[in-house]
Design a protein around this ligand. Sequence first.
Ligand code: HSE
Length: 418
Amino acid sequence: MSSDKKIKIGLFGFGVVGQGIYNIISQQPELPIEIVKICVKDSAKQRAAPTELITTNKNELLQNSDIDLIVEVINNSDAALEIVQEAFANGKHVVSASKKMIAENLESLLEHRAQSNVSFLYEASACASIPLLRNLDEFYQHDNLKSLKGIVNGSTNYILTKIFEQNLSFEVALAKAQELGFAETDASLDVEGFDAKHKWIEVLLHAYGIKLKQEQLLNLGIQNIKKQDVAFAAKNNQTIKLIAYAKKINDEEITAFVLPQFVDNNSPLAFVKNEFNAVQIESNFAGEQVLYGRGAGSLPTATAVISDIIAVKNGYTYTYPKSKLANTLSFTNKQEIAVYVGFENLPDIPINEFSKIEKIEDSKEGKFIIGKILVSKLLEQQWWRKPSVSLITLAEPIAVQIKKEYSREKELAEVAPM
Ligand code: HSE
């Protein structure tokens, strides 16, 4: 397909992202992309696209032999799955931004894609504008990364920024994130950490070749964070971010979770504000690197979709080079993490479940416990999900450091002239 001919696409969805895709393509006629049809739910709505492009009949796209590639950016994950499967069955390439649909059906989608021998790219679904998945596959192909720490949900980062910097209430900040088109139609997916979890399942596949099921990855959002937690962070020169975390804890095992985390004010992730996302990568050889950019919004998300369309036109498909690691690397939740647990009533907290208690404060100064607890225990139990309890990991939740330590000093010493 890497000819001079334009790649012909059928677009499902004309919401925030679909419209962004249409705008970028129509404003740049030199792009090697032609939109043949746009399928929408409601044909009566006024749209900034020629009416002859619009249809409500999915077969005009899926059965259209003129269309090479289906772009799917709708907000209903069941309908999205049907579209993608039918596109595969009809031998059409797919570019998708539906993280929930992808994370929930990872195994079967990868199988169907392979059988159909088409490309299936979904960069926009992970961190909108940040070129993350292709870089994890290609650039870091040789690097069995030591850790990844990400802010991968724009809405919650926007809300936390407004709470910390403008003292806005949670509700007002969420309403603004919705108005700006950052939040999902069902905003609880953002607020409760499910959207971040879906994205992290994709990231873990590309970074480590691990295919996780929903129930294996611990997640909590920002819904329980209270004023006293915000004050505790500020007192310690920290902020709170919703962090998707993954770390190799030894040569054979990796652990991961999505939880609110205290972040030092001078750490790179503390500078990630509003709807921006960032992923801090700890490479075995390059040390720390940060990928940063807008994690939500119309044009930032659309730009990743367009980049994927052009990549497909150029013959690119994910090859999942990290999947060979799956033979030597396994996922575990049997890992202690250092946490702060804010509470209203101390008896609500099962203290015996902690493997170590560092501090209990139950006074006017604050109401919290600092200690260590196994991720697997949290997964089995529900007490920490209560609205009166706020579970937040400390800035360095896992202390272990594996070998192959990158050291700038060591490197300089090794290359220093004799
Ligand atoms: N609701 C998502 C977010 C949109 O806030 O990050 C981008 O995936």
